[in-house]
Write a protein that binds this ligand. Structure first.
Ligand code: GLU
Length: 422
């Protein structure tokens, strides 16, 4: 049942539907939908890479540039064996809306390479990353389109990519990529920024729902960068992390799981499953445990209608992009679950990417304290904007609808004043 429902869902169509609905609700002309329904450009490349055994393997790679009315295209690049053009296009749409919600002067873009990074050696990964830039350099640039990490990519990969770009340009132009290591113009706190942002929205959502954070029970799907740090920071706020899962399975303990020890276990065994003192769960069973807050931090379309029916939590903060299907949204609305949507909950990453880009452009670097307080301010402002907007709309408007409407208005105003539609 699960697999069938998930297979039917085309993430790109979901993203388009959400824009269409927002345009209809806002009363704006359909010209706005015409502008936003598809990316400005999709670059698809076949990337030949010499493998360690001397053979050539060709990888399919993408960069979708959705809209740049508010600033250069901006968004991460992911490495995943199942990624396709429609997924990348959808993710680029969400970046446009996310940057508008976060009030950072960027548009939306997304990149991907169809590969299984676990099957590649370090040298093969480096050659693949550099080759991607060789194929995409023409459409990238600090004023054109700026990359960042996403699923299965990290600071090291950003360093290889930025270095390759600088070699092509024959000068250092670090602002072309964010999420770089500190040694080459990275920003302190970028690695933990998405999770910190998620936690700021959990704090605000918990206030709305009157859930005291100390003792609140948390479930997390995905234990990569966003899942792990979200769990850890919530644990530090006094929450009890009761269930965690990843693609290999899940771990459950109603008395709480130690987040750092769980990460060590995952590093040793490859999964959170089988952590001593916990019961085994399936990946999706984390959604059905008794808890107050859920942080989805894996891939798209995980919370289907079936999964939503089993949810007991009162708050969901979407660390992942697109984890909830539209059908599931309806069920969660009926259940009065406060869903903090991806384009708000996980915008801490792109906010600190913006700080990194500004610092690269100015060649003037801020302290960790400055970054943290600016992030906190921008996240709480973003939450307040969207929550107040929701309250000013019809009674049953969700946070997701409010976020899309709010972003849409910002985009439409900018397009109008630039003369993109009358
Ligand atoms: N990949 C992250 C996201 O989906 C970060 C994007 C960025 O920093 O540009 O929001």
């Amino acid at each position: 049942m699960q697999t069938r429902e998930k297979k039917k869902i085309n993430t790109y169509h979901v993203a388009q539907q959400r824009i269409k609905r927002a345009v209809e609700q806002s009363g704006l002309t359909m010209d706005v939908y015409e502008w936003l329904k598809a990316p400005d450009r999709l670059v698809e490349a076949s990337i030949p890479v010499e493998m360690d055994n001397g053979r050539i393997q060709v990888f399919t790679a993408y960069r979708a540039q959705h809209n740049n009315v508010l600033g250069p295209y901006k968004g991460g690049i992911r490495f995943h064996p199942e990624v396709d053009a429609d997924e990348v296009k959808a993710l680029s749409i969400w970046m446009t809306f996310k940057c508008a919600v976060a009030h950072v002067p960027f548009g939306g873009g997304k990149g991907a390479i169809c590969c299984n990074p676990r099957q590649l050696s370090v040298n093969e990964l480096e050659r693949l990353s550099r080759e991607y830039i060789q194929h995409m350099a023409l459409v990238l640039g600090p004023e054109k389109d700026i990359l960042a990490p996403d699923v299965n990519t990290n600071a090291q990969i950003m360093a290889w990519m930025a270095d390759e770009y600088c070699r092509i340009k024959q000068h250092n132009d670090f602002g072309v990529i964010t999420g770089k290591p500190l040694e080459m113009g990275g920003c302190v706190g970028r690695e933990t920024a998405t999770a910190r942002g998620v936690v700021y929205t959990v704090i605000e959502a918990a206030k709305v729902k009157e859930i005291p954070l100390p003792g609140a029970r948390v479930a997390v799907q995905g234990y990569g960068n966003v899942g792990y740090f979200s769990a850890l920071f919530l644990e530090q706020k006094g929450c009890k992390v009761v269930a965690v899962s990843d693609s290999g399975g899940g771990a459950y303990n109603p008395n709480g799981i130690n987040c750092r020890d769980l990460l060590l276990h995952k590093k040793l065994t490859g999964s959170v499953k089988g952590f001593p003192g916990t019961d085994n769960l399936d990946n999706l069973e984390v959604y059905a445990v008794d808890c107050d807050i859920i942080v989805p931090a894996a891939l798209e379309n995980q919370i289907t209608a079936e999964v939503a029916k089993g949810i007991n939590a009162r708050v969901i903060a979407e660390g992942a992009n697109g984890p909830t299907t539209p059908q599931a949204d309806e069920i969660l609305k009926e259940k009065d679950v406060l869903v903090v949507p991806d384009i708000l909950a996980n915008c801490g990453g792109v906010i600190v990417s913006y700080f990194e880009w500004v610092q690269n452009n100015y060649r003037y670097y801020w302290t960790e304290k400055e970054i943290e307080s600016r992030l906190e301010l921008k996240m709480t402002e973003a939450f307040d904007h969207i929550y107040n907007y929701k309250c000013s709309c019809e009674d049953n408007t969700t946070m997701r609808e409010a976020a899309f409407l709010y972003a849409l208005r910002r985009l439409a105003d900018a397009m109008k004043v630039r003369g993109w539609y009358k």
